[in-house]
Design a protein around this ligand. Sequence first.
Ligand SMILES: Cc1cc2nc3c(=O)[nH]c(=O)nc-3n(C[C@H](O)[C@H](O)[C@H](O)COP(=O)(O)OP(=O)(O)OC[C@H]3O[C@@H](n4cnc5c(N)ncnc54)[C@H](O)[C@@H]3O)c2cc1C
Length: 316
Amino acid sequence: MLDLAIIGGGPAGLTAGLYATRGGLQNVIMYEKGLPGGQITQSSEVENYPGVCEIVTGMELMECWPKQAMRFGLRHEMQEVVRVGKCQDTFLITLANGEVQKAKSVIVATGSTPKRAGFEGEDEFFGKGVSTCATCDGFFYKNKEVAVLGGGDTALEEALFLSNIAKKVYLIHRRDKFRAAPSTVKRVKDNPKIELILNATIKKAYGDAMGLQGVIVEQDGKEIDLKVPGIFVFVGMHVNNEVLKQEDGSFLCEVNEWGEVVVDLRMRTSVPGLFAAGDVRSDASKQVVCAAGDGATAAISAISYIEDLGEDFRLC
Ligand SMILES: Cc1cc2nc3c(=O)[nH]c(=O)nc-3n(C[C@H](O)[C@H](O)[C@H](O)COP(=O)(O)OP(=O)(O)OC[C@H]3O[C@@H](n4cnc5c(N)ncnc54)[C@H](O)[C@@H]3O)c2cc1C
């Protein structure tokens, strides 16, 4: 029986693992379906992590987090968790390989994933010109023209990154104002390689078997044919709450109308012993520093939950 199972190895899960093991929990596994680090490893520019004064890539930022977290005994299993259930006081963690692991407490830190925008051809050309990761795919467009869709911090930062590689970047946004930090907006507006296409949406993506050839943009009732081989979509995030879905379709704990796991200030969910941290929880600021803080809080709460478990713990 595990003291604590952590699901997800991004900033929230890694920090939870560090605090839980350094705080004395002996038997802690962090399940991460890929390499630890989380979605920030896809970012090409991070300039807002406190204490890191240079602009770094997400990969650079996360490089030593797993090493630090494992120093105090955290174990990492590269496994996908399919479901978290509860039987009596025992949590049952079902893994994709069919195994079921028992745990006294659980921290869900499964994060979020980029949403698709929903235009025609987006799914057809995903991975063949349509991308949600400039760091991963930007280099394919060296000295070519590309488009970026979105108006938040991520869209603007990735447009800036792409402007260092591509010949030209079209930034398409459905409003005339951006929801990004003023310093980032200024850098975008001052960049001669970025052309803004505002009050505009993408109607469809087109191409052939070789990949994307362009997108049709709608602006003020007119259509613009942008002949770009690459379009990068940054239009918000989907909350990864699937592990909490039970066989009857209900959620193990309370989630809000956006599917975010409802927590209190100690990261406690509506189910005793179950905690949530990072992008997956309600009212998350969806930032690395906040996810890390949540992970620490959730681990401290898990430690006191386990300390308070009495003799009458009901094993399943
Ligand atoms: C392109 C981009 C740029 C960004 N730029 C910034 C920035 O400049 N500054 C900033 O502060 N934030 C930035 N963010 C946001 C930041 O990355 C997130 O807020 C942060 O990573 C959230 O951490 P997390 O641990 O909650 O979740 P995540 O980082 O999403 O990690 C969750 C982890 O859980 C794993 N997982 C999910 N489901 C399962 C499962 N069922 N079983 C096992 N493992 C699972 C995933 O593989 C993933 O590794 C950016 C995000 C993106 C995509």
